[in-house]
Ligand binder design. Structure first.
Ligand code: UDX
Length: 458
């Protein structure tokens, strides 16, 4: 049975600019809540796909909502901002804010969208910024909008950051931990807040605080992952099990278990970009953020560690055949932006290895020539295999079949999807980062434990 969607506090005509992960999810989900939504997308290929009821991105549940919205007539698509804005009460800006080489986000698409929306407005309009931006951006967009709008139109710019995760975007929209609305005027904040159901947790604050909440949240998530990776590395040195250590740490309710999975480092379109954005914003103001900087440094180290470990296991990488399984930045998505798997494959190529790849849905453009139609074909003849993305189907791989097609024995399972005992039974050597042989007493332990030996010797 189809679960009914929750009811918002009121229904409105809204416009969503940009139909990427954030915009298309917001547009389809707002339409499911009952709002009338006009979604603006200027890429003609994506536009015609959406008009046919197809989602241009792989996102579970989104195509159903898209077709539902289109069939009720509440969700429409256009490439023309001036057709979408007149009559709308709120325009959500959901365009990309990609990272520049200096770490600051490139806000040109956002500024252009804000200007076009303000120019197209024929009546008072609230502009809600969903794109992730540095604090102060809404105020800059306010000035720009005041300048572009006709004198009888009042534009109020507010911040309403989006926290959705790719592959769980629809469920995140309908079950938010919080909806944040940052506005400097009560009426503007209420106009946005009441578009959501009253039972959803809501935080109302000023615009700069709202903008910083998004940066700080993503930085904290990234920091938890880097911490997990640092501790996993330490586990290898002291002979402890990272999975147990991190589970034990996460059971403390003050810490919590999520975002403590160690692996090849974080990737995707947001975490690196937003931590870099926070660091760059602080730098520009003469304020240092060493914790955020270390988070990025540890992440780069975590990716490199995978290749270094492989080099140690194989003696050298030059001329070795290595299969990388999983190219998406995480399981459940076709997104390869800032994917650790891509960095690993590129570094292996740079070290002279012959690389073959497989992913159930993702296909990085630059590495397309390495892609195989299935996992067994990719690992065929491989000296070693790296599992870089935790696709559940990798857990179903038949170890005997893997062993029979591979040339070597080593599988570096960076995300812990394989059953090492079953693989060992087929003669495979599954290496799990964050784990080391505990049967020998590591000499390095003697120095810090000298006090204990002294006590035994007297
Ligand atoms: C993230 C934020 O979670 C979301 O709130 C924000 O709006 C956008 O950025 P997303 O990029 O979709 O979402 O992916 P997420 O599920 O957060 O994972 C990010 C990266 O961290 C992935 O590479 C993932 O594999 C990695 N990760 C996540 C870990 O390495 N360990 C973990 O414990 C969790």
């Amino acid at each position: 049975m189809h679960k009914p969607h929750p009811t918002p506090q009121r229904l409105a005509d809204i416009c969503v600019v940009g139909a990427g992960y954030v915009g298309l999810t917001a547009a389809a989900c707002f339409a499911a809540l009952g709002h009338r939504v006009r979604c603006v997308e200027n890429d003609q290929r994506r536009l015609s796909q959406m008009r046919r009821g197809e989602t241009p991105i792989y996102e579970p549940g989104l195509d159903g909502l898209l077709r539902e919205g289109m069939s009720t007539g509440r969700l429409t698509f256009t490439s023309e901002i001036d057709q979408a804005v007149p009559g709308a009460e709120v325009a959500f800006l959901c365009v990309g804010t990609p990272a520049r080489p200096d770490g600051h986000p490139d806000l040109r698409q956002l500024a252009a969208a804000a200007r076009q929306v303000a120019t197209a407005a024929t009546g008072d309009l609230v502009v809600a910024v969903k794109s992730t931006v540095p604090p102060g951006t809404c105020e800059a967009l306010q000035l720009l909008s005041d300048d572009a709008a006709s004198p009888d139109v009042r534009i109020s710019v507010a911040s309403n950051p989006e926290f959705l995760r790719e592959s769980q975007a629809v469920s995140d929209f309908f079950h938010p931990d919080r909806v944040v609305v940052g506005a400097d005027e009560e009426a503007t904040g209420s106009c946005i807040a009441t578009l959501y159901p009253s039972e959803w947790p809501m935080l109302r604050c000023d615009r700069r605080s709202s903008e910083l909440i998004k940066y700080a949240s993503n930085t904290f998530l990234a920091l938890k992952i880097s911490f997990a990776n640092e501790i996993a590395g330490l586990c290898e040195h002291v002979g402890a099990e990272a999975v147990s250590v991190l589970a034990g740490v996460g059971m403390d309710q003050r810490i919590g278990p999520s975002f403590l999975a160690h692996g090849p480092g974080f990737g995707g379109s947001c975490l690196t970009k937003d931590v870099s954005g926070l660091v760059a914003t602080a730098d520009a103001l003469g304020y240092d953020t060493p914790v955020a900087r270390a988070t990025l440094d540890v992440n780069a180290w975590a990716r490199g560690r995978v290749v270094d470990k492989l080099a140690t296991l194989l003696g050298s990488l030059a001329g070795k055949a290595i299969a990388v399984l999983g190219m998406a930045f995480k399981a459940g998505t076709d997104d390869v932006r800032d994917s650790p798997a891509v960095t690993i494959a590129e570094r292996l190529l740079a070290e002279g290895a012959a690389v073959s790849t497989f992913d159930p849905v993702a296909e990085p453009e630059a590495l397309r020539h390495l892609q195989h139609p299935d996992a067994y074909s990719a690992v065929s003849g491989a000296d070693a295999v790296v599992i870089a993305t935790a696709w559940p189907e990798f857990a179903q791989l038949d170890p005997a079949r893997l062993a029979s097609v591979m040339s070597g024995r080593v599988i570096l399972d960076t995300v812990g999807v394989l059953d090492p005992a079953a693989a060992a039974a087929s003669g495979l050597d599954v290496i799990l980062p964050g784990r080391s042989a505990m049967d020998t007493f590591h000499p390095v332990m003697v120095r810090p434990l000298e006090w204990a030996l002294d006590a035994v010797l007297v």
